[in-house]
Design a binder for this molecule. Structure first.
Ligand code: GAL
Length: 748
């Protein structure tokens, strides 16, 4: 029977690996670290991205219980950036190219049961090796370094289940089927009858199937298929009700046994020339691209923080799709997408550049690793099998496409291009459409892009981004244009039935190479900043949800007389899902104002745009007149449901310090974000206050990043990570103008 043992705590780390270090058993001089780990903690901005591009050394003294003698032992790595060499007691056991996919290294043949400790060594090469995607050219993001995802020890019998593929079938029929493919490894060449017992239950709920199969085992046969038919009362997985099921397979052959559990869902996803259908229902896809990076620690964030990103995208911004640009992302993120009903476009690592034959082999292997790791996620609806924005390479992409289809016939493929008239080898033409420059058309017509005489399944995978980089603390006119560009493209996508949807560039700002970004190593392309704090553009998305789910009302303004050119706040864009708003300026008469349905015919909730036809210059106050408070009230079904007040005379009135979570775990590295805002009398961020903030962490946790920071645009956030100790955490944030505040977190 399998046993999976996490080995994430107490690794021994040295920033620089030197040849021969794998032979060293003395751990003196190594730093103790916990995984996920980044090899170099970086400044927020303006750093030399070469600092982490080196080979680092990780060691782990393995001491495996005697009872596992005779078993197969594998070390399972979820992700090591970018090339890993693995040794046990100085002997080389295996390597892996590519930082975004998992790999297993077998160690039992080298394991010395007499020794107290067997030293596992990982040389983790974070240099941008031109033989591994995405490297070889320039890329617009950083890939960081280290063992940045989890590691475990797998203890297995000599016949074991390597993987399973669960294919829901007859999904829209009254009773549903499941095709199960069990991938076995029969290391010892065991012969005879293998018994498989299979149970399926609703996740956290009751059993819907139980059965068993017996089949003759052979050493050569890699997989065994079982067809389960006629399942009744099955709930579909959908974006609104993401019902999940769990399949459990037990294997018994002679004295060998194994057990494997996997989560899946019943759903039918289809891109057609007329749009995207989920379970037969047409859905306009509205989403953003996500880079998996964070300030200071790069990619090395634990489970909770990965999950939080999915929550932000689905629960806060109300998106229905995310693209994991430009690589397979953390399993925790994907699991959360399954749980929340957030659709996923997942793709292989790469960016514009295609390398030589060896490089292409790694890309092909990346397809295999991505598909076999993730094929049971109901949230994933398409595989991206091209290097993002590369030129056509029919030979390579015929192969990547075939690999994906051979492994998984249930999902369509795409491959993200920025070239028009590219050969469509996949099922869906997936295109980065950067046509919108604020003036001309928001999106191209699909046939203008594909050059084909007929319509094909088509989705826009990027827009905006570098076309209009915008900081959270940029001038409000720029932020207005930034938000409206996002909205105009979404509106155009919603109005074109031949476009399945549009996924904007991008969710969060991200650190990048010197060749991109604003010179400070940041691409300000997000609708949120690196701390996941909203720019106004986030509300263009957030407001596209029924007020029954969440009322939204966000005027795109800092509410000041002189922030904009010439002064005033007109035109004032208000992102809202209310039927109308009431606008009260000072003690002037209340104005009732409706959404711009004429201009925004496509999106579900057009913004309200207040111009001089609604409010006369003398009513809104021109330059030289007295400036007043405003109160905006949103109405739904004739009831006031949300209100926003903006003061004429903002001053620091409230220090907001809040943690995303107040309960963290001690057993493994865990982390949470603490958000700090300086707010005015009505709870709005003071957008230009650049105070120094001092952070103090008392208790069993470590602060990621510096202890002293400056508010950026009136707000900032930071993460604290646990250090494998339980206890109470006091996190004190000291401001200059409003004293200090402490949040308490329990680590158990
Ligand atoms: C695209 C690219 C993205 C990002 C974006 C910026 O060309 O695929 O990774 O660089 O541009 O707008």
């Amino acid at each position: 029977m399998r046993k999976i043992i996490d080995i994430n705590n107490q690794w021994y780390f040295r920033l620089q690996y030197e040849e021969g270090l794998e032979l060293v058993n003395d751990l003196e001089g190594f730093e103790i670290v916990h995984l996920p780990h980044t090899n170099v903690e970086l400044p927020y901005s303006y750093f030399d991205e070469k600092v982490y591009q080196r080979v680092s050394c990780y060691k782990y003294p393995l001491s495996i219980p005697e009872q596992y003698k005779g078993k197969l032992l594998y070390i399972h790595f979820e992700g090591v950036m970018t090339y890993a060499r693995v040794y046990l007691n100085g002997s080389f056991l295996g390597e892996h190219k590519g930082g975004y996919t998992p790999f297993d290294i077998r160690i039992d043949e080298e394991y010395n049961w007499q020794a107290d400790n067997n030293i596992l060594t990982v040389a983790a090469d974070a240099s941008e090796r031109s033989d591994i995607p995405p490297f070889g050219g320039q890329i617009d993001y950083l890939t960081y370094g280290g063992i940045y995802r989890e590691v475990s020890l797998k203890v297995l019998d000599s016949v074991f289940i390597e993987n399973i593929k669960v294919e829901a079938d007859n999904i829209l029929g009254e009773s549903k089927d499941v095709k199960l493919k069990v991938y076995l490894k029969n290391i010892s060449g065991e012969k005879g009858n293998a018994d498989f017992s299979v149970s399926i239950n609703e996740k956290g709920g009751s059993e819907v199937y139980k059965g068993s199969f017996t089949t003759n085992l052979s050493k050569e046969q890699e997989s065994y298929s079982f067809h389960i038919k006629g399942l009744k009362d099955i709930k579909l997985w959908d974006i609104d009700s993401p019902n999940l099921y769990e399949v459990k397979i037990s294997l018994n052959i002679n004295t060998q046994a194994d057990e494997y559990t996997e989560t899946f869902g019943f759903r039918k996803a289809e891109f057609t020339p007329e749009g995207f259908y989920l379970n037969g229902r047409k859905i306009k896809l509205i989403g953003l691209n996500r880079h998996q990076s964070f300030p200071y620690v790069g990619y090395a964030m634990p489970k909770r923080v990965q999950e939080k990103d999915a929550e932000i995208l689905k629960k806060d911004l109300h998106l229905n799709i995310v693209r994991t640009s430009h690589y397979p992302q953390s399993k925790h993120f994907l699991n959360k997408c399954d749980e929340l009903g957030l659709l996923v476009f997942e793709e292989i690592p790469g960016w514009q550049h295609i390398g030589n034959e060896d490089w292409k082999q790694v890309a092909l292997e990346n397809v295999r690793e991505m598909v076999t790791r993730d094929w049971n996620h109901p949230s994933i609806v398409i595989w991206g099998v091209r290097i993002n924005e590369s030129q056509d390479d029919d030979e390579l992409y015929t192969a990547t496409n075939k690999t994906a289809h051979d492994l998984d016939s249930t999902r369509q493929t795409g491959g993200v291009r920025f070239i028009t008239n590219s050969n469509l080898l996949e099922d869906v033409y997936t295109f980065n459409d950067f046509i919108h420059d604020g003036v001309y058309q928001p999106l191209r017509q699909q046939q203008e892009v594909t050059g084909l005489e007929h319509k094909v399944p088509y989705i826009v995978t990027e827009y905006n981004g570098h076309m209009y980089p915008t900081k959270r603390f940029d001038q409000e006119e720029r932020q207005m244009e930034h938000s409206l560009r996002h909205l105009r493209v979404q509106n155009a996508s919603h109005m074109d039935d031949n476009i399945s949807g549009a996924i904007g560039w991008c969710a969060f700002d991200y650190n990048t190479h010197k060749d991109f970004g604003a010179g400070d190593r940041i691409c300000y392309h997000g609708v949120m900043d690196m701390f996941r704090l909203h720019k106004f553009a986030a509300y263009a998305y957030k407001s596209q949800v029924s007020p029954e789910i969440e009322p939204v009302l966000q005027p795109v303004t800092f509410w000041a007389r002189g922030e904009r050119s010439i002064g005033g706040i007109i035109p004032l864009v208000v992102f809202t899902n209310c039927d109308y708003i009431e606008f009260q300026y000072g003690n002037k008469a209340v104005k009732k104002i409706y959404p711009c349905k004429e201009e925004y015919k496509g999106i579900p909730y057009p913004p309200i745009i207040i111009d001089y036809s609604v409010i006369k210059p003398e009513e809104a106050g021109t330059w030289g007149m007295v400036w007043e408070d405003v109160t905006i009230t949103g109405y739904y079904k004739e009831q006031p449901i949300i209100e926003k007040k903006l003061p004429k005379d903002p001053v620091p009135a409230q220090l907001y310090v809040e943690a995303d979570d107040t309960l963290l775990q001690a057993a493994q590295k865990d982390a949470t974000r603490i958000v700090v805002k300086l707010m005015d009398q009505y709870g709005n961020i003071l957008p230009f206050i650049d105070e120094i903030i001092k952070i103090q962490v008392n208790g069993p946790a470590r602060l990621q990043g510096p202890k002293e920071v400056v508010l950026k645009g009136g707000a900032i956030a930071f993460w604290v990570e646990t250090i494998i100790k339980a206890g109470e955490l006091d996190i004190t944030v000291k401001s200059q103008s409003l004293g200090e505040k402490t949040v308490k977190i329990n680590v158990v």
